[in-house]
Ligand binder design. Sequence first.
Ligand SMILES: Nc1nc2c(ncn2[C@@H]2O[C@H](COP(=O)(O)OP(=O)(O)O)[C@@H](O)[C@H]2O)c(=O)[nH]1
Ligand SMILES: [Mg+2]
Length: 315
Amino acid sequence: MDIVKDLLKGDRKALARAISMVDNEDLQSKEIIKEIFPYTGKAFIIGITGPPGSGKSSLINRLVYVMRKEDLKIGIIAVDPTSPFTGGSILGDRIRMQEHNSDKNVFIRSMSTRGSLGGISNATRGVVHLLDAFGKDIVIIETVGVGQSEVDIAKNADTTILVLTPLSGDSVQVLKAGIMEIPDIVVINKADLPGAGISQTDINIMLDFKNKRTWRPPVVQTITLNDVGTQKLWEEIKKHRRFLEKDDYLAKLRAERHQKDVLLFMENIIKTKIWNTIMGTAMFEEMITKINNKEIDPLSAAQEILNSIDLTNHE
Ligand SMILES: Nc1nc2c(ncn2[C@@H]2O[C@H](COP(=O)(O)OP(=O)(O)O)[C@@H](O)[C@H]2O)c(=O)[nH]1
Ligand SMILES: [Mg+2]
């Protein structure tokens, strides 16, 4: 495809168009991903999550400056849940990061989650692949932490950063939700506000208590307003990356990700296939009637239907 050729040549307009096609789940998006996939796997993926307003976008804005000093090419995806409660934050993200608009090596894109409850959609994963194939060294995904998204981001990123603040009771939330297994690095942003030290102590205790992993997540205090702690955070990201690369963890992590992706796609394909094959058919209606009349139980009905339909040919 021409669009893929242009994208691989470094044409930013082609990248933007391809992203829109993938984001809209355009008919051609499958073909695009297929063609660019061999060129992926070079970018390092950083996931940044945390409660709304904790300062994720502001932090990314600062981090980008630090990364650009090392001449790294950066792609940023700000994932916003399509929730009425956070409706305005896409605009906020853009404003927070627009300082980099004139930098050709920084590409920023907002995406919605399409009701997948703050999770990472296939479209988002596709856009990560596009940015990767385009030649970005670093891809940053920002997601609002609303439960499922934290778990999801950790599955999709190489390094996951959880951004908390001293005041909002964030650490209590974290304790409740039991998400301390997820971050590779914990950031306490807004360290200019009172309570940062206490939060740090609390979080460290939780991490020591909860964590039996080989990597002990460091806790970094930042103040994005005055650019405090950004360099330290970047050093910790690089440390984590070296850790992943040392024992081939990164390769294992990515292999696991591919395995999950394939399983998920298979589930989706089969589900659609079942749906398309049986919905509205007389056979299905009859089976439901039989269940209503207690002539058959639902599991036996499911097995009987599956035995009678052809599930091959998964286009
Ligand atoms: N006091 C203080 N406010 C901050 C800091 N970082 C961000 N903010 C403010 O917090 C608000 C939310 O920031 P934003 O980056 O949009 O948070 P996000 O929703 O997590 O992306 C903005 O009004 C920022 O100016 C900080 O270090 N200290
Ligand atoms: Mg934001």
